[in-house]
Design a protein. Structure first.
Lengths: 320, 379
């Protein structure tokens, strides 16, 4: 029942996202643009090239970040983990900082640089992590590595010009609007592949809930599962971050929301539940950010916090 | 049989004639410079025989670009872009312009065409009175990285004026997808004050008023060079000049080849830091900055400070320097609007002569009677 409600809500928000925008377009024209009917050319461009792409981005990014947040929380047995815990966002920001602030390899473009940065950091973590048994050590290494990369970014920021600094800071605020159709052609398959991997890892995640040792005694190949989870997170969070910048909060909060909504720890429920609630909430954030023309990252936190607080307070087991 | 041969010959001739008549223009035909650059180095405008269209080429439009050329073909009189041309195409003159930098607005204003601006980035920080008077009808598309493309598209622009910092503008792919032509304006990369101003000729070409643009520009070097020469003939000593304010613990010193320093030199001042001859500012340590400030006669461009008190609050250790004690501290923020937008970064680009006059007034007050425009002495 809850799945049906969430699905309807997501579809509803998706459609609303197509109708609402800076330019007032009558409902009939939006429909005509979507179905290839008769409407002004500018309207068709706005609906198809701007709103539709942005709505698809919100849907994908919300789903991808939330699912990878869930994976990381279970893998690290840490409720404060999120998609960026392994240093994906700091790796991506290093890539972007090198292009925007230092002008290194400016021809490759921001998205490629961000993706390369994120993938480089994860490769290092995965390579080191392969020799380490204790997942907590990997977590600490990831955080140290992020801080180190962050320091390099700070130095670049410090030494750069004001205009470049502004462009970089705006990138860190996240944006769903810069994506183009060819980029979507990269993004959609990556996210779908990441989500498929997430489905494959449902069983390992459930076993990991009882601790790594128990999971091993149940016959789980821990290294292989970790590798799959890292790959899934790179595809999900890495790709989204490359194209939209680091979008905060969603990945951390949505798994908690899903756990409380569905009152379950079973990943067979949590993976689709997190996916749907993440998509719905980011669509809502995009709607609000459009209404106030503010960066989407500010909205995810401002809107997300009340949602989480509400869910926590509503959950009777958490209140006295 | 003979008839057939005759017919075939006629048909063949017809095809040859038709093919010649339809011979399309090629990119190579556009090799006749229609404007000779005098001070700038980042653009050129070329035409072709018996064609109204022009090809605008902007070379290395951002910092660190090497061998990159971005082209805009302005198609006039129903002519079409040469086959295989992969740059931007502007059909006719730009009537509706979105300007991403306030300097673009100042250039259009200089040639009396600012009413073509339909969209800007960060309208509160723009000083231009015409833009502010029409602000309800002008779209603010936001900043690069978070552009409101829906609004941008609804403004129905013929052309978007961009700038690139350390790389191509992030707006490029989306603008291509939306089919909106764009042009990089590289004024900020020119270090010559007159070269910066010369970019107004590019904007006059884009709106189809190059003759007017050339006329407006031609007068600027005349005034600038006359004043520069008067300074050279009438002054013996050049006061030493300290620049800028610290960011954190470092003080960024511009190169001796930079725009600010060239102006100081032309105005009869002596920039105190001569070690940096590169193409970017160098950070120096506080101690070195203190030595420089102590030796300087004047201190200019003190960040956002409006009073000596604000300078004191920002760098308390520098209040015992001679320039501070004598009150020889000047800033370029005399024309700042309510939101904090400074016209120095906007209209001064097309008024290097006024900027020079301000600086001459600071260094050699006896040579200039007119009041300050961009500068003020801090009290």
């Amino acid at each position: 029942m809850l799945f049906v409600t969430l699905s309807v809500l997501t579809v509803g928000l998706f459609l609303l996202d197509l109708v609402v925008g800076a330019v007032r377009i009558p409902l009939g024209d939006v429909w005509a643009a979507l179905t290839g009917g008769d409407c002004p050319q500018a309207t068709a461009k706005i609906v198809l090239n701007i709103r539709l792409i942005k709505a698809i981005m919100a849907l994908l990014a919300g789903a991808a970040l939330s699912v990878s947040g869930l994976q990381m929380q279970t893998l690290f047995r840490n409720p404060l983990a999120g998609p960026y815990v392994l240093g994906i966002s700091s790796g991506a920001s290093l890539g972007v900082a090198l292009v925007v602030l230092a002008g290194v390899g400016s021809s490759v473009g921001i998205a490629t640089a961000a993706w390369a940065g994120a993938a480089a950091v994860l490769l290092v973590i995965a390579a080191v992590g392969h020799r380490i048994k204790d997942i907590m050590v990997i977590l600490i290494l990831g955080m140290m590595f992020s801080s180190g990369v962050g320091a390099v970014v700070q130095i670049l920021q410090y030494l750069s010009k004001e205009e470049a600094l502004k462009a970089f800071v705006v990138w860190t605020m996240g944006s769903l609007g810069d994506v183009t159709v060819p980029q979507l052609a990269v993004l959609v398959p990556s996210v779908i592949a990441g989500l498929l991997l997430a489905v494959i890892t449902i069983k390992p995640l459930n076993l990991l809930l009882f601790g790594e040792e128990y999971a091993v005694t149940m016959g789980l190949n821990i290294r292989r599962s970790r590798g799959l989870l890292f790959l899934s997170t790179t595809l999900l969070a890495g790709t989204v971050t490359a194209f939209c910048g680091p979008i905060g909060f969603i990945g951390l909060a949505m798994p908690h929301v899903a756990r409380m909504l569905f009152r379950s720890g079973d990943h067979r429920v949590l993976v689709p539940g997190t996916l749907l609630s993440g998509a719905a909430v980011l669509l809502l954030c995009d709607l609000v950010s459009k209404l106030f023309t503010l960066p989407v990252n500010a909205i995810t936190a401002l809107l997300g916090i009340p949602i989480v607080v509400w869910v926590v307070l509503r959950n009777k087991s958490f209140t006295a | 049989m003979k008839r057939w041969i005759q017919l075939a010959v006629v048909a063949l001739c017809a095809i040859v004639v038709a093919a010649c008549g339809r011979k399309s223009v090629s990119l190579e035909d556009f090799d006749k410079p229609v404007y000779m650059l005098e001070y700038a180095s980042g653009f050129d405008i070329q035409g072709a025989d018996s064609k109204q269209s022009v090809l605008l080429t902007v070379t290395n439009p951002w910092q660190g670009a090497d061998g990159i050329a971005v082209q805009l073909f302005i198609a006039r009189d129903g002519e079409t872009a040469p086959e295989g041309f992969d740059g931007q195409v502007l059909e006719g003159d730009a009537e509706r312009i979105v300007a991403m930098s306030s300097t673009h607005i100042a250039m259009l204003d200089a040639i009396g065409e600012v009413d073509r601006v339909v969209g800007v980035s960060g309208i509160d920080y723009i000083s231009n009175p015409d833009i502010q008077a029409r602000r309800d009808r002008i779209g603010d598309v936001g900043y690069e990285g978070n552009i409101n493309y829906e609004l941008l598209l609804s403004l129905d622009p013929d052309l978007v004026l961009l700038y690139g910092v350390n790389g191509a503008s992030g707006m490029e792919p989306k603008l291509r997808e939306l089919g909106i032509p764009f042009l990089y304006v590289g004024d900020y990369l020119e270090e010559s004050p007159l070269g910066k101003a010369e970019w107004l000729v590019v904007l006059s070409e884009v709106v189809g008023k190059r003759a007017e643009g050339e006329k407006v520009f031609a007068e600027i070097p005349v005034r600038y060079n006359a004043l520069k020469q008067r300074v050279a003939e009438n002054t013996l000593d050049a006061p030493s000049v300290m620049l800028n304010m610290p960011y954190g613990d470092s003080w960024f010193m511009p190169s001796t080849e930079s725009y600010a320093v060239r102006l100081i030199k032309d105005a009869g001042g002596d920039y105190i830091y001569k070690k940096n001859m590169g193409n970017a500012s160098t950070p120096i340590d506080m101690e070195e900055a203190y030595l420089l400030a102590s030796a300087a006669d004047m201190w200019l461009n003190v960040g956002m400070a409006n009073t000596l008190g604000e300078v004191k609050a920002a760098c308390p250790k520098f209040v015992d320097t001679r320039c501070f004690l004598n009150g020889d501290v000047y800033n370029n923020n005399a024309c700042t609007n309510a939101a904090g937008g400074n016209d120095y970064f906007e209209s001064a680009v097309v008024h290097p002569d006024l900027l020079l006059r301000d600086l001459v007034k600071i260094f050699h007050p006896e040579l200039v009677e007119e009041p300050f425009v961009y500068y003020k002495r801090l009290k």
